[in-house]
Design a protein around this ligand. Structure first.
Ligand code: HEC
Length: 325
């Protein structure tokens, strides 16, 4: 018996390590996985409350009646971003609208086209994002990372995000937004706050028992992020958005990337089931996803975002259906 002690101990410590080490994406031949092209646009200070106000965004009434953001806007992102990013008044067929970017970054591109692919191997969910970020001026907001790629996941349990994607988490009083008045606030979901006005939800939350019920019902979003510098391994991070954005430590996601000359190929993955507090991807869905890219050492709202897309795991009808690998 005793002579097995050492090998067994070695084995169990390897097993323990394997359990802790996030899954690797190296096995997937992405060239064999069909992708879809999306366009991420620079949104300036367009908040949830702004988009729901008809005098600010003329689709607001139709959105309240049931038409989703993507139904009006997919296909327009390549025109939206470039006019928002300049910080100048925006021009439409129906007339001019005021700037929604008070502190423009000179020379910043207004949109980034990306190709997105999803795969699953029965154990893990993989998302692959390829894009060329263009000539990005250095905004010096995040000296640590040149580029960050974030994928937001919703398992259909956040109704506002089913219809409005990440905008459901982007409020008028978050850091750097028009009603922040210098306060530091991360993303949050509408129902976690006692009251939402045109200025956002402020700091008053729903009572603790109501928050606990919302959380238990899956009313939160999950994000996976790859943090990138050219020539260095990607760093992974993940977290959730409920009454605020919270990063998970240690991360349950792995990130791989290769990039040169502003062209990136990024893979994020995690187990289909990562335990309590994480979205399970072994159910039937529907799932919704949206992608954000911070390029040119930017932070907070100075990113590019996509409208929401639907995701099906394995089979089904959705914008993205994972390919079995
Ligand atoms: C019924 C169609 C419709 C819906 C639904 C809709 N919008 Fe709009 N949106 C418009 C129109 C039209 C404009 C052009 C500017 C204007 O007239 O306000 C616009 C402008 C915008 C702009 C600024 C574009 C630019 O080039 O400056 C953003 C950002 C935006 N919408 C976001 C959203 C979000 C977020 C939602 C969902 C919460 C949404 N929209 C829902 C019709 C719509």
């Amino acid at each position: 018996m005793f002579r097995f002690a050492r090998p067994l101990a070695v084995f169990s410590s390897i097993a323990a390590l394997a359990a802790l080490t996030p899954v690797r994406a190296a096995g997937i031949d992405w060239a064999s996985v069909p992708g879809k092209d999306i366009v991420l646009f620079y949104p300036g200070q367009a908040s949830w409350e702004w988009a729901l106000t008809a005098s600010d965004m003329s689709g607001a009434d139709d959105f309240r009646k049931g038409k989703n953001c993507d139904a009006c806007h997919i296909g327009e992102e390549k025109d939206m971003g470039p006019q928002i990013v300049t910080g100048k008044p925006r021009v439409f067929k129906t007339g001019e609208k005021p700037s929604i970017e008070p502190t423009p970054i000179p020379g910043k591109p207004g949109a980034i086209p990306a190709t997105v692919k999803f795969a699953n191997d029965g154990t893990s969910l993989f998302v692959h994002v390829e894009f060329a970020e263009g000539a990005q001026p250095d905004a010096r907001q995040d000296p640590a990372f040149a580029t960050k790629v974030t994928v937001m996941f919703n398992d259909g349990k956040v109704p506002e995000a089913n219809r409005g994607g990440c905008f459901a988490a982007c409020h008028d009083d978050a850091s750097g937004m028009p009603s922040a008045a210098g306060a530091t606030r991360t993303k949050y979901l509408p129902k976690t706050h006692a009251k939402l006005t045109r200025q956002g939800g402020g700091d008053a939350l729903k009572p603790a028992d109501e928050l606990a019920k919302l959380k238990a019902d899956g009313y939160y979003l999950e994000y996976w992020q790859a943090r990138l510098n050219p020539g260095q391994p990607a760093q992974a991070a993940n977290g959730s958005i409920f009454d605020k954005r919270e990063q998970t430590s240690p991360t349950v996601v792995s990130a791989e990337a290769s990039g040169a000359g502003g062209k990136w190929s990024v893979t994020l993955s995690r187990k289909l089931d990562a335990g309590a507090g994480f979205k399970s991807f072994s159910g039937p869905g529907p799932y919704f996803v949206a992608v954000a890219i911070h390029a040119g050492h930017t932070a907070q709202r100075f990113h590019y975002v996509s409208y929401e897309r639907s995701l099906a795991i394995g089979s089904g009808t959705a914008d993205f259906v994972t390919v079995k690998k």
